[in-house]
Design a protein around this ligand. Structure first.
Ligand code: GLU
Length: 501
């Protein structure tokens, strides 16, 4: 690499950023950091018909939340600005003109109706109409008009577009970092529109002009843009510019079947496909943030959608990802999206969170229920239950019994409760009453000594004891629960079980 690395994420603000877009942003970010380069973000909003309010803000907020904000973008280090294509409008025309002057583009005046007619006529003959080398000289273009005539029509205000004049009979030898060498026949390309008489460039022209002017070294983007690569390479060549290197990332596939993961799959299958919640007239689409995912977990599982470091390692911090990332290790074939695996990642990151933070998060949930607990108590509770949780939102379900005595008892477990159990539980109460230091380990030692001395089987005491405190045979270490709720509450709960079961 002789040129400094400058890569970009170039989303169109046509709706909430899909998880596939986030993965593209992430791979660009990782590549830039790995090579001490720049990751910038350009808003591609030339298609004003598809503009969606709030979408741009959403993109910035999502990348900020994930910790992969660009270092140059709208309102931030704008040395190659503006970073919004709509604000760069006056800049593109000269390049369209340059392409016309060099014979690489031409004006086309065909009206929508005329094009429809061509399509129909072709269909009637069982053919498909393509605006290309084969047809272009039979159409209403500057290729068949004199220069004066063309100018006259433009001056009179007639609508036109500028199309690329694709070279004929050429085999293009392209290179993609992920896909290797690719050959492409120019005769298979159509003459894409580059510019319209309303003064707006199309995606293709704006994209390559900006990638050039913003000194982009590598274009890393989704596989869906691979078919545009020949045109883009030809445009660079026609403008006399060096093309950046290209890397087209594999598709993200649905959890089942082979289709591409779509924006609708999330709501249909019950998992988020958006980083943040998105509200629109069509309803609310779930977001990873609102669902309680940690941004680090989202980053980690996205990084492994189409890439690995060549080992079995799955847990990577962002810094480790930067270190390990290599475009040459990105796969060609689609990456299956696995919602269960996503939850697994969140579980892993939940274990890594410190208990102070988790307690704070849980405190907010408890406050809504009108429950107030001292911070240190809450921290010790969180430490007990977190290994069973994927999300903080599951804490309540996992620990509700810490806050009140059982209202009901698991039926199956209660069936084993007999006269002998009643007696043993009554004795257990007496044992517990005589323990002044009610810390978990101490209580455990004394209770176990009592069982050993009296030759009482473990299960005979521990199961009904647990049932009394929890209402079911679940939960963390029993003596930790007793310690947490305290001596008096422990004894009261056993008494209540004796009276109820
Ligand atoms: N604006 C395009 C998009 O929405 C960018 C494609 C590219 O990266 O060239 O994905």
């Amino acid at each position: 690499m002789n040129q400094p690395v400058r890569v970009r994420f170039a989303p169109s603000p046509t709706g909430p950023l899909h998880i596939g877009g986030v993965r593209t942003a992430l791979f660009n970010y990782l590549f830039a950091k790995k090579h001490q380069g720049v990751f910038y973000l350009r808003i591609e909003d030339t298609d004003q018909n598809r503009f969606v309010p709030g979408a741009e803000q959403y993109i910035f907020e999502a990348l900020d939340w994930l910790g992969i904000a660009p270092s140059e973008t709208v309102g931030k280090n704008e040395q190659f600005g503006p970073y919004r294509q709509s604000e760069r409008k006056p800049l593109y025309k000269q390049y369209a003109d340059q392409l016309i002057a060099s014979g690489n583009a031409y004006y086309a005046f065909d009206t929508a109706e005329a094009l429809d007619l061509h399509r129909k006529q072709h269909e009637e003959q069982g053919k498909t109409f393509i605006y290309n080398w084969h047809n272009r000289e039979k159409l209403d273009t500057s290729l068949v008009l004199s220069q004066e005539k063309t100018q006259k029509r433009i001056d009179s205000g007639e609508d036109y577009v500028i199309r690329f004049k694709t070279p004929v009979n050429e085999t293009l030898h392209l290179h993609d970092i992920i896909r290797g060498d690719i050959q492409f026949e120019t005769n298979l390309l159509d003459d894409k529109v580059l510019f319209k008489s309303d003064g707006m460039p199309t995606y293709h022209l704006a994209n390559i002009v900006d990638d050039h002017l913003m000194q982009t070294s590598h274009v890393i983007r989704g596989e869906e843009w691979l078919p545009s690569m020949p045109l883009h390479v030809l445009l660079y060549r026609s403008l006399g510019w060096q093309a950046p290197e290209f890397a087209h990332l594999p598709l993200i596939l649905k959890p089942v079947g082979n289709g591409k993961l779509s924006k609708r799959d999330g709501d249909k299958l019950g998992f988020p496909v958006f980083p943040l919640e998105w509200k629109s007239e069509d309803g609310v689409s779930a977001g990873y943030r609102e669902k309680g995912f940690f941004p680090e977990a989202v980053i980690n599982f996205l990084a492994l959608l189409g890439w690995n470091d060549g080992t079995d390692k799955e847990l990577f911090s962002l810094i480790e990802l930067v270190e390990a990332f290599d475009l040459n290790r990105v796969h060609k074939s689609g990456a299956k999206f696995d919602p269960e695996k996503n939850k697994w990642f969140n579980h892993q990151y939940l274990q890594k969170q410190n208990n102070t933070e988790l307690a704070k998060a849980y405190d907010a949930i408890l406050k809504e229920k009108g429950i107030a607990v001292a911070q240190d108590k809450l921290q010790s509770l969180v430490a007990m239950i977190k290994e069973r949780a994927h999300f903080v939102s599951e804490f309540w379900e996992l620990s509700e019994f810490f806050f009140h005595a059982p209202i009901s008892y698991d039926e199956k477990a209660a069936k084993n409760w007999n006269a002998d159990t009643q007696k043993l539980m009554q004795e257990l109460i007496t044992v517990l009453e005589n323990i002044p230091d009610f810390r978990s380990e101490n209580v455990e030692t004394i209770v176990k000594d009592w069982m050993t001395k009296n030759e009482i089987g473990m299960g005979k005491v521990m199961q009904p004891f647990r049932l009394s405190l929890v209402g079911a045979l679940k939960g963390p270490h029993l003596f930790d629960i007793a310690d947490w709720i305290g001596k008096q509450e422990t004894i009261q709960r056993i008494q209540k079980a004796i009276d109820t079961i």
